[in-house]
Write a protein that binds this ligand. Sequence first.
Ligand SMILES: [Cu+2]
Length: 159
Amino acid sequence: MKTRKPAGTPALAGLLSLVLLVGAACGGGTPAGSARIGDVQVTNATARATTDDVSALYFTVDNGGQEADALVSASSDSATMVHLMSTAMEGMSMQMREVARIEVPAGGRVELAPGGYHVMLMGVARPLKVGERIELTLKFERAGTVRLRVPVVSYSGGQ
Ligand SMILES: [Cu+2]
Protein backbone atom coordinates (compact mmCIF):
# COMPACT_ATOMS: atom_id res chain seq x y z
CA MET A 1 0.00 0.00 0.00
CA LYS A 2 1.25 3.45 -0.89
CA THR A 3 0.67 6.16 1.66
CA ARG A 4 -0.11 9.69 0.58
CA LYS A 5 2.68 12.11 1.20
CA PRO A 6 2.11 15.53 2.78
CA ALA A 7 1.35 18.29 0.27
CA GLY A 8 4.78 19.94 0.49
CA THR A 9 6.82 16.84 -0.34
CA PRO A 10 6.50 16.58 -4.15
CA ALA A 11 7.89 20.10 -4.68
CA LEU A 12 10.80 19.37 -2.37
CA ALA A 13 11.49 16.07 -4.14
CA GLY A 14 11.44 17.90 -7.46
CA LEU A 15 13.93 20.45 -6.20
CA LEU A 16 16.18 17.70 -4.86
CA SER A 17 16.21 15.80 -8.17
CA LEU A 18 16.99 19.06 -9.99
CA VAL A 19 19.97 19.61 -7.69
CA LEU A 20 21.17 16.05 -8.35
CA LEU A 21 20.76 16.55 -12.10
CA VAL A 22 22.83 19.74 -12.06
CA GLY A 23 25.48 18.00 -9.96
CA ALA A 24 25.71 15.14 -12.47
CA ALA A 25 25.89 17.53 -15.43
CA CYS A 26 28.88 19.31 -13.89
CA GLY A 27 30.58 15.98 -13.30
CA GLY A 28 30.69 16.64 -9.57
CA GLY A 29 29.27 13.30 -8.48
CA THR A 30 30.52 11.19 -11.40
CA PRO A 31 33.77 9.33 -10.84
CA ALA A 32 36.22 9.03 -13.74
CA GLY A 33 35.40 6.13 -16.03
CA SER A 34 31.70 6.22 -15.20
CA ALA A 35 28.66 7.70 -16.88
CA ARG A 36 24.92 7.26 -16.99
CA ILE A 37 22.46 7.74 -19.83
CA GLY A 38 18.82 6.74 -19.41
CA ASP A 39 18.67 3.19 -18.07
CA VAL A 40 22.29 2.49 -18.94
CA GLN A 41 25.15 2.82 -16.45
CA VAL A 42 28.79 2.58 -17.53
CA THR A 43 31.35 1.92 -14.79
CA ASN A 44 35.01 1.03 -14.27
CA ALA A 45 36.14 2.22 -17.68
CA THR A 46 39.88 1.95 -18.28
CA ALA A 47 42.13 2.42 -21.29
CA ARG A 48 45.26 0.43 -21.92
CA ALA A 49 48.49 2.41 -21.86
CA THR A 50 50.10 2.29 -25.31
CA THR A 51 53.40 0.98 -26.58
CA ASP A 52 52.40 1.66 -30.20
CA ASP A 53 49.41 3.37 -31.85
CA VAL A 54 46.89 0.78 -30.66
CA SER A 55 44.93 0.66 -27.42
CA ALA A 56 41.88 -1.06 -25.97
CA LEU A 57 39.19 0.15 -23.60
CA TYR A 58 37.30 -1.96 -21.10
CA PHE A 59 34.24 -1.17 -18.99
CA THR A 60 31.08 -2.59 -17.46
CA VAL A 61 27.61 -1.77 -18.80
CA ASP A 62 24.50 -2.27 -16.67
CA ASN A 63 21.05 -1.95 -18.18
CA GLY A 64 18.56 -1.15 -15.42
CA GLY A 65 15.67 -0.90 -17.86
CA GLN A 66 12.86 -3.20 -18.98
CA GLU A 67 14.07 -3.24 -22.59
CA ALA A 68 17.18 -4.70 -24.15
CA ASP A 69 19.74 -2.19 -25.38
CA ALA A 70 22.97 -2.45 -27.33
CA LEU A 71 26.24 -0.57 -27.65
CA VAL A 72 26.32 0.28 -31.36
CA SER A 73 29.32 2.57 -31.75
CA ALA A 74 32.17 4.29 -29.96
CA SER A 75 34.39 7.23 -30.78
CA SER A 76 37.29 9.08 -29.22
CA ASP A 77 39.28 12.15 -30.15
CA SER A 78 42.41 10.20 -29.14
CA ALA A 79 42.29 7.81 -32.11
CA THR A 80 41.51 7.92 -35.83
CA MET A 81 39.66 4.57 -35.74
CA VAL A 82 37.51 3.15 -32.96
CA HIS A 83 35.92 -0.30 -33.31
CA LEU A 84 33.77 -2.58 -31.18
CA MET A 85 35.55 -5.93 -31.08
CA SER A 86 35.28 -9.40 -29.64
CA THR A 87 38.12 -11.77 -28.80
CA ALA A 88 37.54 -15.53 -28.90
CA MET A 89 39.38 -18.79 -29.44
CA GLU A 90 39.12 -19.93 -33.04
CA GLY A 91 40.81 -23.24 -33.55
CA MET A 92 44.17 -22.95 -31.82
CA SER A 93 44.46 -19.17 -31.68
CA MET A 94 42.82 -16.11 -30.16
CA GLN A 95 41.16 -14.03 -32.86
CA MET A 96 39.81 -10.49 -32.68
CA ARG A 97 36.80 -9.58 -34.78
CA GLU A 98 34.95 -6.36 -35.29
CA VAL A 99 31.33 -6.60 -34.16
CA ALA A 100 28.45 -4.33 -35.19
CA ARG A 101 26.87 -4.28 -31.73
CA ILE A 102 27.29 -5.50 -28.18
CA GLU A 103 23.96 -6.53 -26.67
CA VAL A 104 23.03 -5.46 -23.15
CA PRO A 105 19.97 -7.47 -21.99
CA ALA A 106 17.13 -5.85 -20.03
CA GLY A 107 18.16 -5.83 -16.38
CA GLY A 108 21.49 -7.35 -17.43
CA ARG A 109 25.20 -6.60 -17.43
CA VAL A 110 27.94 -6.87 -20.03
CA GLU A 111 31.61 -6.69 -19.13
CA LEU A 112 34.16 -5.56 -21.67
CA ALA A 113 37.38 -7.14 -20.46
CA PRO A 114 40.70 -8.51 -21.74
CA GLY A 115 40.05 -11.72 -23.68
CA GLY A 116 36.48 -10.72 -24.57
CA TYR A 117 34.62 -7.70 -25.85
CA HIS A 118 36.55 -4.45 -26.00
CA VAL A 119 36.62 -1.08 -27.69
CA MET A 120 39.70 -0.95 -29.91
CA LEU A 121 41.54 2.26 -30.63
CA MET A 122 43.69 2.36 -33.75
CA GLY A 123 45.71 5.27 -35.00
CA VAL A 124 46.26 6.66 -31.52
CA ALA A 125 47.72 10.11 -32.15
CA ARG A 126 50.11 10.28 -29.19
CA PRO A 127 51.14 7.76 -26.52
CA LEU A 128 48.58 7.12 -23.78
CA LYS A 129 50.38 7.28 -20.46
CA VAL A 130 49.29 5.83 -17.13
CA GLY A 131 47.48 8.43 -15.06
CA GLU A 132 46.08 10.53 -17.87
CA ARG A 133 42.49 10.43 -19.07
CA ILE A 134 41.05 10.18 -22.55
CA GLU A 135 37.65 11.11 -23.88
CA LEU A 136 35.28 8.36 -25.00
CA THR A 137 31.82 8.65 -26.53
CA LEU A 138 29.54 5.62 -26.50
CA LYS A 139 26.33 5.31 -28.49
CA PHE A 140 23.61 3.00 -27.23
CA GLU A 141 20.73 2.06 -29.51
CA ARG A 142 17.98 2.92 -27.02
CA ALA A 143 19.55 5.03 -24.29
CA GLY A 144 21.45 7.36 -26.63
CA THR A 145 24.94 8.83 -26.57
CA VAL A 146 27.08 9.36 -23.49
CA ARG A 147 30.52 10.87 -23.08
CA LEU A 148 32.98 9.87 -20.37
CA ARG A 149 36.57 10.38 -19.33
CA VAL A 150 38.57 7.20 -19.11
CA PRO A 151 41.70 6.76 -16.97
CA VAL A 152 44.71 5.19 -18.71
CA VAL A 153 46.10 2.18 -16.84
CA SER A 154 48.77 -0.46 -17.36
CA TYR A 155 47.65 -3.92 -18.52
CA SER A 156 49.66 -7.03 -19.21
CA GLY A 157 48.47 -9.77 -21.53
CA GLY A 158 46.39 -9.78 -24.69
CA GLN A 159 43.50 -7.70 -25.83
CU1 LIG B 1 40.79 -5.48 -30.77
